[in-house]
Design a protein around this ligand. Structure first.
Ligand code: PLP
Length: 451
């Protein structure tokens, strides 16, 4: 008779952080910039394998955050590691701005096949999400000859000065940086759980209509002539803003507005792309065709690579207009090509299937715990919003923070997004067995965090 092995679980053996971890945290406090927005728990990672992370004191955690939605293929996927090692032994850098190597056209061609932008496309390579967004902004200005942008409250697009002009998820990201580098106006995002106009629960059709009317009836008729707008920048699922998917009718409304006024629709898929939502790109859930799309995070399984992919007719700028020394480095591209292969060969499907299983489990916990006001999301991009009670649905940021810590102390890594939401963004290799363990811990943590 065969006996089933018990599911693997986290193992916490020391206080957190343990003695080695404590030393690293205090060194970090002395030498590293204090501007990183670190959460109240302190994970000092040493090794990662799949969905498991071991800290420097030997504690083992189940990782449902994946280095903030980056390690799409899991930590140190052996095939990704091999692709990186093989490429590093051959050619690490050559500078694609001045020389050629096969990796750049190979990945650009592959992106043309998989992105939601209509083919033919062209790709500009970068090292991060923010740089991909900077590229999109410059490209939209260049292609339209205009310089205004529309972005959404609670959006996050990066922290360099151009993308920071769009970012509006937390005031700490902008405080002290004076005026925006770019001419950006912010407008309400259609969050049906928290109607941006009333703060109350509403429905997708109402918030979509109101948010579109805000742009067309107010903005365009008062401060912002549409013929001066270069681009509308939007996340199909707001990430740092709290894992909030937009309604389909809203995104189609934006597409219509852009078409009517010659505005570029820039969809930021830095967090929602690369299988995270159970399709390769979140835009696919909405049959949305952006003019320009930005990608980073999950594309390199942890190696720094970003991409701005646009309609080929838009990317007709001349040599020197935009480039990056490291962007599209051969080692990062080798990691990206292998990542895409793994995503196509099962991980996107797993994201949809196991993500659905995770969401169903979280919905059961919502029925059990009054403090959970909303469970929402697509694939393995799921937000759980905490509230003071099931009646008023008032946001409860402190409860969210306590849940985060209670999970961590039990060996489950999850991270906040927005003011009072926990984001689930695990490696796309997560299994149902992992989900059962994670949900059991989450349930205990929510109970323990109750006051
Ligand atoms: N855009 C979105 C939607 C993001 O979620 C992020 C990062 O969280 C960025 C852009 C910026 O990416 P990076 O931190 O790589 O600059």
């Amino acid at each position: 008779m065969t006996t089933m092995a018990p599911p693997k679980r986290p193992e916490i053996k020391t206080a957190l952080p343990g003695p080695k971890g404590q030393r690293i945290v205090s060194d970090d406090a002395q030498w590293v910039t204090p501007s990183y927005p670190r959460p109240s728990f302190k994970l000092v990672a040493e090794r990662g394998e799949g969905v498991w992370v071991t800290d420097v004191d030997g504690n083992v955690f189940l990782d449902c955050n994946a280095g903030v939605a980056v390690c799409s293929t899991g930590h140190c996927h052996p095939e990704v590691v091999r692709a990186i090692q093989d490429q590093a032994a051959k050619l690490i850098h050559m500078c694609g701005t001045d020389y050629y190597y096969e990796h750049m056209p190979a990945l650009a061609r592959k992106l043309d096949e998989i992105v939601p932008v209509s083919s033919p496309t062209r790709t500009h390579f970068a090292n991060s999400g923010t740089e991909a967004v900077e590229t999109a902004l410059k490209l939209a200005m260049h292609a339209t000859g205009r310089e205004k942008f529309i972005a959404f409250f609670n959006s996050f697009h990066g922290r360099t000065l151009g993308s920071l002009s769009l970012t509006s998820s937390k005031v700490a990201q902008r405080r002290g940086f004076k005026r925006q580098a770019l001419d950006v106006v912010h407008v309400p995002y259609p969050n049906a759980f928290r109607d941006p106009f009333t703060g109350k629960k509403s429905d997708a059709a109402t918030v979509s209509r109101q948010c579109l009317a805000w742009i067309e009836e107010r903005l365009f008729k008062t401060t912002t002539p549409p013929e001066e707008v270069a681009g509308i920048v939007v996340e199909c699922v707001q990430g740092e803003g709290g894992y909030v998917p937009a309604p389909k009718e809203f995104l189609h409304g934006l597409r219509r507005i852009c078409d009517e006024h010659g505005i570029m629709l820039i969809v930021d898929e830095v967090q929602s792309g690369m299988g995270r939502t159970g399709k390769m790109f979140a835009s696919e859930h909405y049959d949305l065709k952006p003019d320009i799309v930005t990608i980073a995070k999950g594309i390199g399984s942890g190696l720094p690579i970003g991409a701005c992919v646009a309609r080929a007719d838009l990317m007709d700028w001349k040599p020197g207009a935009h480039a990056s020394t490291f962007g599209g480095n051969p080692v990062c591209i080798a990691a990206a090509l292998k990542t895409i292969e793994l995503l196509e060969n099962g991980l996107v499907k797993n994201s949809a299937e196991v993500g659905g299983y995770l969401k169903a489990g979280l919905e059961k916990l919502k029925a059990k715990h009054d403090s959970i006001g909303d469970v929402r999301g697509l694939g393995m991009m799921i937000g759980v919003e905490f509230v003071t009670d099931g009646e008023t649905l008032a946001p409860d940021a402190e409860m969210r923070d306590r849940v985060e810590i209670e999970c961590f102390n039990r060996g489950l890594i999850i991270l906040g997004a927005g003011a009072n939401t926990i984001r689930w963004s695990p490696p796309l290799t997560l299994t149902r067995e992992n989900v059962d363990v994670a949900l059991e811990i989450f349930d205990e943590a929510v109970t323990a965090a109750r006051r």
